[in-house]
Design a protein around this ligand. Sequence first.
Ligand code: SER
Length: 619
Amino acid sequence: MTANELRAKFLKFMESKGHTIIPSASLVPQNDPTVLFTTAGMHPLVPYLLGEKHPGGARVANAQKCVRTGDIDEVGDNRHLTFFEMLGNWSFGDSQKTDGIGAGYFKREAIEWSFEFLTGEKWLGISPERIFVTVFKGDETAPKDEESIGIWQAQFKKAGLNAKVADDDGIWSDPDVKIFPLGRDDNWWEGGGQTAPGGPDTEMFFDTRPQEGYAAKTFGELVDAFRFIEIWNDVFMQYRKKAAGGYEPLNQKNVDTGMGVERTLAVLNGVETVFETELFEPLFRKIGEITGTEYGDFIKEYRIIADHLKAATFILAAGIVPSNVEHGYVLRRLIRRAIRYAKLLGVSRAFTVELAQVVVDMYQETYFELEGKRAFIFEELTKEEEKFRKTLEKGLKELKSQVHNSKVKALSGEIVFNLYQTFGFPIEMTRELAVEEGMEIDEAGFEKELRRHQELSRTASAGKFKGGLADHSEETTKLHTAAHLLLESLRRVLGNHISQKGSNITAERLRFDFTHGEKMTPEQIKQVEGLVNEQIDKDLPVRVEEMTVAKAKETGAMGAFESKYGEKVKVYFIGDFSKEICGGPHAEHTGALGHFKILKEESSSAGVRRIKAILATSQ
Ligand code: SER
């Protein structure tokens, strides 16, 4: 099966079930400041999952291009990718009954259709014997998903199988066990951001090695051994995270599904990894031609170069250019890491355009924007490659000599910063190179250097969008501090349901999105302005403290608590008025801000309002 066949079959199947086929949304979210890139098919659809009406109706499906940046440095092993495609079908609380049974398109339809598409002769034709599923086993938020268990059992029964359910220990305790109830880590899915929709899910796995027979192992062990590969996830999105913690039921019961194209293609074709599919082979062929090497001898290098330049091509096609902040920084990291790995294969000439060419040829029939952006993509790649090629060699020499001179086990912040500033080495690249030499880098020292130079926000280096600052000029910085005062003032005037949805700050003005269901009255706007200006008049000190996420939560600081890494965060305190997790930078005291004025208050999207405000220096 080819990728084109797989996408076409999926969309045709979903169309036959009443779905409107919609195009892939941009890789760069238009209205969602919680992520830099679209990371799942549901991302661009959040407003509709929360109740807005979709022009395509209550059932839609598509093939969505996605980028996940959390594991860039893991790419090279046999499962991580930055760019991938997701096939998905959605019910936006569709109340239409199907076959006259049930209350509408929810669990029953989602599961039945998943099973039909996976096993149907006309569709993927997978033997039901090779399918295993997981369901949510329940916790304090939602009960055990008995309904899905029942629906799955009925499906397997139709196929002549007596599907048994595993105990809560998740062990494959009997050859007939097909259904595994697992906990929150496995069977709960929700979007990023403080108030994202989410819910229990049921995941479908393909048994890649049935010849090994039944084994009394845990489900997790079978996944870790790459025997069971997840191919599809049906999320029953009926909750929404509350900013203050906990969940509330949504007014509508949604379905959000996601099937990974690369993985599904791999299992359907009986190959072990996504890298052995036609979505990578043409790229590997080209790398072989350029370098005169073989994939089998340089597996890691080939995978990194192919994945990174594929992702870079798509990010460029979305109109992003390499830079030192946010999307542009991720793009830069991808391109530069690919160039460094190509150097390990002996490449000392420009080559990235040749691979981008292959990417465009491979995908242009599916993602039409690529063809029109060909010239732009090639031009930007050439520029970035030229820039980096000039310094790469020298930078590597510098790094080597520093490694050899160094008596300590960590490269100092100054050295790391110099490699960044003078030789254009993204910090992640220096870290990777240092690790190869058995060393670490002084990350805190680097951050300190960086802050001093105010070149690149910490936020960007973490690959996350937080501050929304266009630059770190004095005016922008003051408006950033005003944004913190604004958030707290909105909460005091309108209530604690207010949370920040995003901000965009330039030297001229502040744009601030927040959750609120209705238009603010002129009176409320005045009150909020008044409260902000009151804090400015008090000339409150702005203080920053680094602490763990847990500690930040304890202090009651506002902010996104998605961090999984136990890393430290910065909390900015403005007097006793506001505390917020934030990457900075900020004014040192509020007296410097000038007079705060709200110019406009308007709707941004469903349940989200937008304020435009300025700081006037003379009142
Ligand atoms: N949002 C879910 C996922 O990413 C299903 O589409 O897996």
